[in-house]
Design a binder for this molecule. Structure first.
Ligand SMILES: CC(C)(COP(=O)(O)OP(=O)(O)OC[C@H]1O[C@@H](n2cnc3c(N)ncnc32)[C@H](O)[C@@H]1OP(=O)(O)O)[C@@H](O)C(=O)NCCC(=O)NCCS
Length: 160
């Protein structure tokens, strides 16, 4: 979730891509329609917080072109992102060179639209299919957490 209220420029996306893959050494996947070469979706994991104590926790962004939803693209982008986070060495096609292999907790923050599918909670069910569990909830937002490396997930979860 980016919570951007205005369309972001190509330059902003390019800067994000560089920061995430080169500086943070985390995965940024882009789905391209091979027939039109159009970008139809992306997923990335970025630092949840810049403070050093949060370095083992990342937050994800996941978006699909609205004309391409409901066909498994979002699932594939999320599954591939989690594969790259869990074991970057086994997935060099998904992870950037020198990717970090010490991420312990993955956060997905979602907005709850009471008028949306399943009273806004269909997206929560989508994340739960991949092993995410709800760790906090406010009126309009729900946080879900995926224990990338189980040994420290309980400690990380105490933050919320
Ligand atoms: C969420 C999203 C990535 C799913 O992509 P997708 O390609 O449609 O997903 P898949 O085809 O793999 O899976 C479809 C499932 O996702 C759920 N889903 C898809 N879009 C949803 C939405 N906007 N709200 C709630 N659930 C949604 C559906 O319930 C569906 O489940 P079903 O098969 O039981 O009906 C896509 O709808 C999207 O980009 N949405 C806007 C951005 C967003 O909400 N991103 C998540 C930020 S936390």
């Amino acid at each position: 979730m980016t919570f951007a209220e205005e369309p972001r420029s190509l330059a902003e996306y390019e800067t994000d891509y560089e920061t995430i893959t080169a500086t943070q050494r985390l995965p940024y996947l882009v789905a391209v329609d091979t027939s039109s070469s159009a970008v139809v979706g992306y997923s990335n994991a970025h630092l949840f917080h810049t403070r050093a104590a949060y370095r083992f926790t990342v937050e994800i962004s996941l978006f699909c072109d609205p004309t391409c939803t409901g066909r498994g693209l979002g699932s594939r982008l999320l599954e591939s992102l989690l594969d790259a986070l869990r074991d970057p060495a086994a997935h060099p096609e998904l992870a950037p060179p020198g990717a970090r292999d010490d991420v312990k907790n993955v956060i997905a923050l979602m907005a709850v639209d009471p008028n949306g599918k399943g009273d806004g909670l269909a997206l929560k069910a989508f994340y739960e299919r991949f092993g995410f569990v709800q760790v906090s909830s406010e009126v309009a937002f729900t946080s879900l957490s995926f224990p990338c490396r189980p040994s420290l997930s309980r400690a990380t979860r105490c933050l919320y």
